[in-house]
Design a protein around this ligand. Structure first.
Ligand code: PLP
Length: 407
């Protein structure tokens, strides 16, 4: 008799995005003909830049000639791309070797899978609010109990609040795996070097591992802010970094990402090199490599021209964020994020709950956003607006908020 993984039953019902869709559809049924404007989704909207399209085309053309055809590549990624990614890090003062770069088809899947090389009894700490996959992958792996309104039992929540500038204090007790995301989805907050240093020091002292998600690093405009945790001294002993071409290059549908596991990384029962070899083994066993066409596109993203063109596109999204920020501030709403991230995190006016504000924004302004409480208990009373969108849609949504939101 087959039995299921009972941990799936603990998951709190995939509540957020289905519930957004349900309420939006209900509104549309009751208000036929009304156009809703969506600032809810963390997905890119602008076409891939020409130099990267050329790189993707080259990947296709290579497959059509006998001399350049390739089949399976190394599951860790093609050498030139691993080298290019390592160099990208080292330009900012890190010291990453190409052999420490593992190319993949997504940072979401990597961030779900990475916990698999760690012991089941590791205590896990997450920022609250957080990108849901960090929590859910550990629930499925059996590292938590059941959930209630305070979150999952056994999981250590590190609240990110207005008071701490949306970067958490160190966990009180000893934890083993620490998920950090900077620039943060959903709050848009970016950790400073000093803030990351406190976590790196903690991790080295406790032989804990930081799982650092830098999927939005290309949105950092302030040169003082670190784009990678490896800009912090000692981080290569205690941090694994996940990153992706998704948001930087509009690759959300194309699929290309990477994880860095430094050879220097150590755990309580793993000397230098062991975590690196476990992730190598994991990828070799479960994964046959990212698409060769797509990796050719990735090389083009890293080229000089690719960086300029994708940089302009990121700047375009950041301008959207600033349009959203200005519009909300004009209404007297307190906002965070947006300057170095494609998300604006707003405090709901008049102490409305996140879902009350969702309904208000939908009914009065016809704008759909994402309730902060869907990202964790500390997200209650906050709301995420995404800066991914065509300019005219963003402007229409902002002017509808300016004209119609009753505060
Ligand atoms: C979008 C996003 C990613 C990227 O995931 P992919 O699977 O590479 O598309 C990773 N982390 C966070 C926090 C994100 O929002």
């Amino acid at each position: 008799m087959a039995k299921i993984n009972q941990n799936y039953q603990k998951l709190s019902a995939g509540y957020l995005f289905p519930e957004i869709a349900r309420r939006t559809n209900l509104f549309l049924n009751e208000n036929p003909g009304v156009q809703v404007m969506r600032l809810g989704i963390g997905d890119t909207t602008e076409p891939i830049v020409p130099s990267v399209i050329d790189g993707l085309h080259k990947g296709v053309d290579d497959l059509g000639a006998v001399d350049s055809y390739s089949g399976y590549g190394p599951s860790e990624g093609i050498g030139s791309l691993r080298q290019g990614i390592a160099e990208f890090y080292n330009e900012n003062g890190a010291s990453i070797d190409a052999s420490e770069v593992f190319v993949s088809d997504g940072a979401k899947s990597d961030s779900a899978n990475i916990q698999g090389i760690f012991s089941e009894d590791c205590v896990v700490a997450v920022q609250d609010p957080a990108y849901p996959v960090y929590v859910d992958s550990n629930v499925i792996a059996g590292r938590t109990g059941l959930s209630d309104e305070n979150g999952y039992k056994g999981l250590v929540y590190m609240p990110c609040t207005e008071e701490n500038g949306f970067f958490p204090e160190l966990p009180k007790g000893k934890v083993d795996l620490i998920y950090l995301c900077s620039p943060n989805n959903p709050t848009g907050a970016v950790a400073t070097k000093e803030q990351l240093k406190t976590f790196v020091d903690y991790a080295r002292e406790h032989k804990a591992i930081i799982l650092f998600d830098s999927a939005y690093c290309s949105f950092i405009t302030d040169p003082a802010l670190p784009k990678s945790i490896y800009e912090i001294e000692g981080a290569s002993e205690c941090a694994i970094e996940l990153n992706s071409f998704s948001k930087t290059a509009g690759f959300t549908g194309v699929r290309l990402a990477w994880t860095i596991v430094p050879k220097a990384c150590v755990a309580e029962d793993a000397r230098a090199g062991v975590l690196h070899s476990l992730w190598t083994r994991r990828q070799n066993t479960f994964f046959n490599g990212a698409s060769n066409i797509v990796q050719s596109g990735g090389l083009a993203v890293l080229s000089k021209e690719g960086r300029v063109q994708t940089g302009n596109q990121v700047a375009f999204y950041l301008e959207n964020a600033s349009i959203i920020n200005e519009g909300l501030k004009g209404k007297g709403i307190t906002t965070y994020g947006g300057g170095n991230a494609p998300y604006v995190w707003l405090k709901t006016p008049n102490d409305l709950s996140s879902w009350e504000f969702f309904d208000k924004l939908l009914n009065e302004c016809h704008v759909v956003g994402t309730p902060g409480s869907g990202f964790g208990p500390a997200g209650e009373g906050f709301f995420r607006l995404s800066a991914f969108g065509h300019r005219e849609n963003v402007e229409a949504a902002v002017s509808s908020i300016a004209n119609n939101l009753e505060i």
